[in-house]
Design a protein around this ligand. Structure first.
Ligand code: ZN
Length: 529
């Protein structure tokens, strides 16, 4: 019920038609005839000056009809009727989106037909009462604009990866406790493979902090803006409900990738991660130079590859491993990397009844010998020029965050098969020194795990896409011991897990964080002792 009778309602006093074009960018893409005409007349909110001091008239106009439980602002901001994305308002009573607020607008019509009167402009976060059309400013609405557009300070961001973040409980509207950053992401259809990547990236401190503190303008690419908006929601300390839908971001991923990564079709997290890092790099103005974007300065390292043609030696025994021959030509090249791809030893082909239930295991340093500069690999490429080549690798520069990709899936002509080998690794203190050839000025080579993506399939070793489950395990806090906890997230299911459980999964992607240098990270180093 309105606290006012009709005659008491503030009325619009003036409407100024401005000659300048006030449409948001993108309106030029509209059909220049029909659409623009409607927008001009009613949907664009050409300056309607309300000379009304709302605060003086009472601030609780219809505000008791607002239903926060239906508000999350997660879905793509398009009008539920016109499907336009220009000048969209959210109804604070039912949560639906409508275009415009002028007399012939959809929001206006909704306010009359459904008797819903409070609307928020999804761009400016200003609140209006319709059909009257006056703005409302009230401190009680601040929580709503914060859920719509959370903002962070440098001070708030500084503690997100520290043990202090674990100390304080946070509660959603239904008084359910949650930990910002460790909340469920909806699986809209088959987007769990993207959810685990999103979560992993949003737990890489420099990237996360960059996104949380960002104020991207209209000119920034949509993908960057939506990724930052998603980051702010995932880490929002004042969520109405402790889960977020990545819908708005993933819609843009679908568009920007030309349909390669869609939420309706199960995909490969490693391919998606590679794509999103490169795309965000480009969208943030990155070039081929190192450190030219936050993506490259965080994840890019450098690796040297040495290649030699294999010569079949008649005297070699059948099981001799091919070796580099120092007398012959070695081709050396250095290239940047964003991932280190790691091969798993082939699982035994035949197992007897006793061995059947034994899952093969391997230590992380065993598989990382690929990068020790000594161990050789036969080229697995089918290209003619690289057939019969031996290769060996050594890193020349390690990035602050190392992404490891365990290659579990081998494509052959018939099926995609999965290597079920379990990789054993400690959560903290993996030293990559043996895989690096660099000057002594190179920063620390000791890394701690921050994110671990695992694969589970219900149907044996075959990669059955229908029965595939992707999960991510994320570190909260830092420094080991009681200063850190681990959470496992599978779409909306968030659970704390024991540290001993982490290496039991089939790790597929991992992100390792360089430990701070001793002088600045004394506490971290000591915590290991
Ligand atoms: Zn409504």
């Amino acid at each position: 019920m309105s606290p006012f009778t009709d005659s008491e309602r503030p009325s619009k006093r003036a409407r100024t038609e401005e000659s300048e074009n006030r449409h948001s960018p993108g309106s030029s893409h509209l059909d220049q005839h029909a659409a623009v005409q409607i927008v001009d007349e009613d949907l664009s909110d050409r300056e309607e000056v309300d000379i009304v001091d709302v605060a003086a008239r009472g601030s609780d106009l219809y505000l008791d009809t607002i239903n926060r439980a239906v508000l999350d602002f997660d879905f793509e901001k398009v009008c539920s009727i016109s499907l336009s994305n220009i000048n969209i308002y959210g109804c604070l009573v039912c949560g639906k989106y409508f275009q415009g607020r002028g007399r012939k607008s959809y929001a206006y019509a909704h306010s009359i037909h459904d008797d819903h009167h409070v609307f928020i402009n999804l761009e400016s976060t200003k609140v209006y009462v319709l059909p009257d059309g006056y703005p409302v400013s009230d401190p009680s609405l601040e929580d709503i604009s914060f859920v719509l557009a959370p903002s962070f300070t440098a001070t708030a961001v500084a503690t997100l990866s520290s043990p202090t973040h674990l100390a304080k409980p946070f509660y959603d509207l239904s008084s359910k406790p949650y930990l910002p950053g460790y909340i469920g992401l909806n699986n809209i259809k088959r987007n769990d493979y993207m959810n685990v990547v999103v979560h992993s990236l949003l737990h890489v401190a420099p990237l996360r902090d960059y996104l949380l503190l960002s104020h991207f303008g209209a000119k920034q690419p949509e993908l960057v803006k939506r990724f930052a908006a998603l980051a702010k929601k995932v880490w929002n300390p004042r969520l109405f409900k402790s889960q977020v839908s990545p819908h708005e971001f993933l819609q843009e991923v679908g568009r920007a990738s030309g349909g390669k990564f869609r939420m309706e079709v199960q995909g490969d997290p490693a391919e998606f991660l590679g794509w999103i890092i490169n795309q965000l790099h480009k969208d943030l103005g990155g070039t081929k130079r190192k450190n030219s974007s936050i993506m490259f300065s965080t994840f890019q390292g450098e690796v040297r590859m040495e290649v030699q043609q294999v010569v079949v030696r008649p005297e070699a025994a059948e099981n001799d491993k091919p070796r580099f021959d120092i007398d012959r030509e070695i081709k050396t090249s250095t290239s940047p990397f964003l991932f280190l791809a790691v091969d798993l030893p082939p699982p035994p082909l035949f197992q007897d009844a006793v061995e059947k239930n034994i899952i093969p295991q391997v230590g992380i340093h065993t598989v990382l010998t690929k990068y020790d500069g000594v161990t050789t690999q036969a080229s697995d490429s089918d290209h003619n020029e690289s057939r019969g080549q031996l290769r060996r690798f050594k890193c020349q520069r390690l990035p602050p965050y190392i992404i490891l990709h365990y290659k579990r899936f081998t494509k052959n002509n018939f099926v995609e098969e999965k290597n079920p080998t379990i990789v054993n690794f400690p959560l903290r203190g993996v030293d990559f020194r043996d895989y690096l050839e660099a000057p002594t000025s190179h920063p620390h080579t000791v890394y701690d795990l921050v994110a671990n993506i695992t694969h589970e399939s219900i149907a044996g070793t075959t990669r059955d896409k229908e029965n595939t489950v992707w999960k991510v395990q994320l570190r909260a806090g830092a420094g080991g011991g009681d200063n850190e906890k681990w959470f496992q997230i599978q779409d909306l299911i968030v659970e704390e897990i024991r540290k001993e459980m982490i290496f039991l999964g089939e790790s597929f992607l991992q992100i390792w964080e360089r430990r701070p240098d001793r002088q600045e990270g004394e506490m971290h180093v000591q915590a290991d002792a």
